[in-house]
Design a protein around this ligand. Structure first.
Ligand code: PGA
Length: 251
């Protein structure tokens, strides 16, 4: 059985003091035995404070990015072992905003995943097509190439903790969600494609999330799809009451 994941990506939002308010209020509104695994990706500035607050809870904390080099003269960058040493469990790799605004490519995403694994962190790989790919019928080719390049040279043993987030770029922050059927079909395609590289066992066990304008009012029908194992949520994860509703999607 694949345990569902509800993950919040706070992007460059919430001051550390606001993140503390968020987590206090979230902890008051959820139970210890919630069904999904809960992950929050706060800004670097809030990570230490949130780790402190979530120590004996079911919430895991992740970094939104790392740089793949181990150390050195890389002003402004943060390494995988730095976030590991802080106590992070997860790292988001290849989010579309990193790709679009900071010009990250699949080769760099591949190096980041390798650094994440080397440091015993868990990678959450984001892939997804833009509107022009979709309109030109190129979605499947693009997703295939993102998968192949990002996971190049990695064994299935080393990827046991990998989670993939399928996020159509046209749906991120736009209020336009993929229909549950569309999201299901594409995620099923990704799962099937993984069998070209890895075993059937691996492809069946890997958790694949949907992301892109997930809200409390559409999460349940997305989560009801056979191959959708969770959601990566931006905007609707910023308020504790809204995120708590997402965590409780099946109530
Ligand atoms: P959104 O963001 O939920 O605001 O669309 C999703 C994401 O970027 O991961």
């Amino acid at each position: 059985m694949r345990r569902p994941i509800i993950a919040g990506n706070h992007k460059m939002n919430l001051l550390p003091s606001e993140s503390i308010e968020f987590i206090n209020s979230l902890l008051n509104s959820i139970d210890m035995d919630e069904k999904p695994e809960i992950i929050i990706f706060p800004s670097y500035a809030s990570i230490a404070k949130l780790l402190d607050k979530t120590k004996k809870t079911q919430i895991s904390i992740g970094a939104q990015n790392i740089y793949y080099q181990e150390q050195g003269a890389y002003t402004g960058e943060v390494s995988a072992d730095m976030v590991k040493d802080l106590g992070c469990e997860w790292v988001l790799c290849g989010h579309s905003e990193r790709r679009d605004i900071f010009l990250e490519n699949d080769e760099q995403v591949n190096l980041k995943i390798k650094a994440v694994i080397k440091n015993n962190l868990k990678p959450m790989l984001c892939i997804g097509e833009k509107l022009n790919h979709r309109n030109n019928g190129e979605t499947e080719d693009l997703l295939t190439s993102q998968l192949y390049c990002s996971l190049k040279g990695l064994s299935e043993e080393s990827l046991e903790n990998l989670v993939i987030a399928y996020e159509p770029v046209w749906a991120i922050g736009t209020g336009k969600t993929a229909t549950p059927e569309d999201a299901q079909n594409t995620i099923k395609f990704i799962r099937t494609k993984l069998t070209d590289i890895f075993s059937d066992k691996f492809s069946n066990a890997i958790r694949i999330l949907y992301g892109g304008s997930v809200k409390p009012n559409n999460v349940a029908e997305l989560m009801a799809q056979k191959d959708i194992d969770g959601a990566l949520i931006g905007g609707a994860s910023l308020k504790a009451d809204s995120f708590a509703k997402l965590v409780k999607y099946n109530e």
